[in-house]
Write a protein that binds this ligand. Structure first.
Ligand code: FE2
Ligand code: FE2
Length: 248
């Protein structure tokens, strides 16, 4: 009989680290080891992707007691040095995913996490317009589809019974409730949800929609959680996963 204790996933996003919030999350992160088995970060970890903000972020995350796995968000690319942000996070032991995956073993259960930033493109009732917007908007719109393909590929390749999709942009409109309908196309894309469904993910986590809703699901009924800090109103959310439910 294997370990039947739940796997405890802590998750957050949109910390937007900057001097005004430096130190805000540190004490909660230091206590993580008593509450969670891992911490997943769904992007916009810095406010504008600068080296200084990345230093502040690393000061929040260094030496915490659980593995930390992250994807970046659009704001982490704002200063054109996302590679440096990734290097700095990697230097303190954070694993940053971008079209790849990692497997962790908790209580004898193997948990796979696949990550991409994702992008925009909208949803059937709220489509994006590829003809309008800035170059940045058009790039994010292209990235939505590309990252959906990358997410599907890495999720499908995971051989773990439990598979978590970690993105910054949303795979569903359900967790956008509370945002203005007019900006739905910029908050995610249906292709991410299709990737999550066809790869039969166990759980999907995202950020980016600061005024959205925590709980939702994809069209294929995969649970989706919007873990944006302004939505959570707490440093991180905790989700218990029963890994035996997916092991056969
Ligand atoms: Fe954000
Ligand atoms: Fe964002």
């Amino acid at each position: 009989m294997g370990n039947t204790a739940p796997v405890r996933i802590a998750a957050t996003a949109d910390l937007h680290m900057r001097p005004a919030v430096a130190g805000r999350f540190r004490s909660d992160f230091l206590r993580l080891g008593t509450h969670a088995d891992m911490l997943l970060l769904a992007g916009d970890l810095t406010d504008s992707g600068t080296e200084y903000e990345a230093e502040l972020l690393c000061a929040e995350l260094v030496d915490i007691a659980v593995p930390v796995i992250a994807v970046l968000g659009n704001h982490d690319h704002d200063s054109g040095c996302a590679g440096l942000v990734i290097d700095m996070l990697t230097g303190i032991g954070v694993q940053v995913l971008d079209g790849d995956s990692t497997t962790r073993t908790v209580g004898g259960h193997r948990i796979g996490i696949a990550g991409v930033m994702g992008g925009t493109g909208g949803f059937p009732a709220h489509p994006g317009d590829p003809e309008n917007g800035t170059d940045e908007h058009r790039a994010l719109l292209r990235r939505g589809l590309i990252d959906a393909h990358r997410l599907h590929r890495v999720l499908s390749a995971l051989d773990t019974p439990t598979r978590i999709a970690l993105t910054h942009f949303s795979p569903t409109t359900e967790t956008l409730t509370g945002e203005p309908l007019s900006i739905y196309p910029g908050l995610g894309c249906v292709a991410l949800g299709e990737a999550i469904d066809t790869a039969s993910a166990t759980l999907a986590l995202h950020g980016h929609a600061h005024a959205g809703t925590e709980y939702g699901h994809t069209a294929g009924n995969v649970p989706v959680r919007n873990v944006s800090y302004p939505v959570l109103r707490r440093t991180y959310a905790l989700y218990d996963l029963d890994p035996t439910a997916f092991e056969h």
